[in-house]
Design a protein around this ligand. Structure first.
Ligand code: ATP
Ligand code: LTN
Length: 336
């Protein structure tokens, strides 16, 4: 009798990224690098969350370009569309459809306390739209449709994931088991990269000051220049201290890129000034990002191939999403 090989089912992972601007080093170290690392161990679904992007006003031509560009960048980072499901959120209509069912099971008060809503509505007081308010419900739908075990997100998204878990638990309690309750998956190092101009704020691609962030696709010269101009603190020593958030942020970045520990870095730069360190961080980051940019330039040229990949991705995603959606509809009492 031949020995039976037991293949334990891989755990499922889902994450999405908004195409709302140039993806930054923060997105890379806080989220995308992790996605790449997870694809061997897990069954992964990754999406470009284009529907989320319009919670803030987008110029149509720029949005279209950003959607292509974000999808191409995921491939350039090394995410394999054969091994994983990689798609564009708006291509799978069940996200918005499930979002309605979930909205009717989410309280106004739950949404009102979301810190990202408070931040973004302050940043764009002229456009505090209902979509911006209910955005975590759409995010919950993105997640729950695919029944993932883990959702890798940066620390800033933890609150939204908590709400997704609350909504799923409540729905299951009322209507019966439909959704899996997902766990957050937050990387230990480089989880939070701060702005190079104001280390009290996270590095964000929508920051109007372009010196505050490094784009994954920035040129080497731009990257080095931005690090040279990074705001640092009064004490001119390369030492990680909470009271010195500027230099500590650079140490975090250098550590995430090189894999060296804080102690090793402090030792390496003992007796050296900020200038030397900033240059080293800039060069190392630029060298890390260069091959990604090179692959991206190749991929973005072939729109036909790209189209084929995202169409196949959407088909794979839809197959899974549809089942969950109709199960939820049935439980709520709709006639199918
Ligand atoms: P926006 O500026 O439009 O709010 P963003 O730059 O914050 O965008 P998102 O699309 O919201 O980026 O985030 C994509 C992923 O990258 C999320 O998982 C988020 O947690 C992570 N991320 C974003 N910025 C950082 C950062 N500075 N440090 C670590 N992770 C980050
Ligand atoms: N809201 C997230 C992007 C996002 C997401 C998701 C992340 C949309 N849907 C589902 C994880 C799972 C953001 O702004 N970073």
């Amino acid at each position: 009798m031949s020995e039976q090989i037991i293949q334990p089912n891989k755990k499922k992972v889902l994450s999405c990224i908004q195409p709302s601007g140039m993806l930054t080093l923060g997105n890379y170290l806080g989220a995308l690098k992790n996605w790449v690392a997870m694809q061997d161990e897990f069954d992964c679904t990754f999406a470009v969350a284009d529907l989320h992007a319009i919670t803030v006003r987008q110029e149509p031509a720029a949005l279209r370009q950003q959607i292509y560009s974000t999808y191409a960048l995921l491939l350039a980072l090394g995410i394999d569309p054969e091994k994983n499901t990689v798609f564009i959120q708006s291509h799978v209509p069940f996200h918005t459809q499930l979002s309605w069912l979930l909205s009717c099971n989410t309280q106004f008060g739950e949404m009102a306390r979301m810190t990202q809503f408070k931040d973004k509505s302050q940043k764009h007081p002229e456009n505090v739209n209902v979509g911006l308010f209910s955005y975590p419900v759409l995010m919950a739908a993105d997640i729950l449709l695919y029944k993932p075990d883990f959702v890798p997100v940066g620390a800033d998204q933890k609150q939204h994931l908590e709400i997704a878990r609350d909504i799923a638990t409540r729905f299951n309690n009322i209507y019966g088991d439909v959704f899996t309750i997902p766990e957050p998956y937050i990387p230990k190092t480089g989880a939070r990269v701060m702005s190079l101009q104001d280390p009290a704020k996270k590095m964000s691609k929508s920051d109007e000051n372009a010196n505050a962030w490094v784009a994954i696709l920035d040129s080497k010269d731009d990257i080095i220049r931005k690090f040279k101009r990074a705001v640092t603190d009064s004490e001119a020593a390369v030492r990680f201290r909470e009271e010195q958030p500027g230099i500590s942020n650079l140490i975090t970045i250098y550590s995430a890129v090189t894999g060296k520990t804080t102690e090793e870095i402090e030792k390496e730069f003992e007796g050296k000034g900020y200038g030397d360190f900033k240059l080293a961080v800039g060069e190392t980051v630029a060298d890390t990002l260069a091959p990604i940019k090179q692959r991206y330039d190749e991929i973005i040229k072939d729109k036909k191939a790209l189209e084929q990949l995202y169409t196949e991705g959407a088909m794979k995603a839809e197959y899974v999403a549809k089942k969950t959606y109709f199960k939820a509809m049935k439980k709520v009492g709709f006639v199918l």
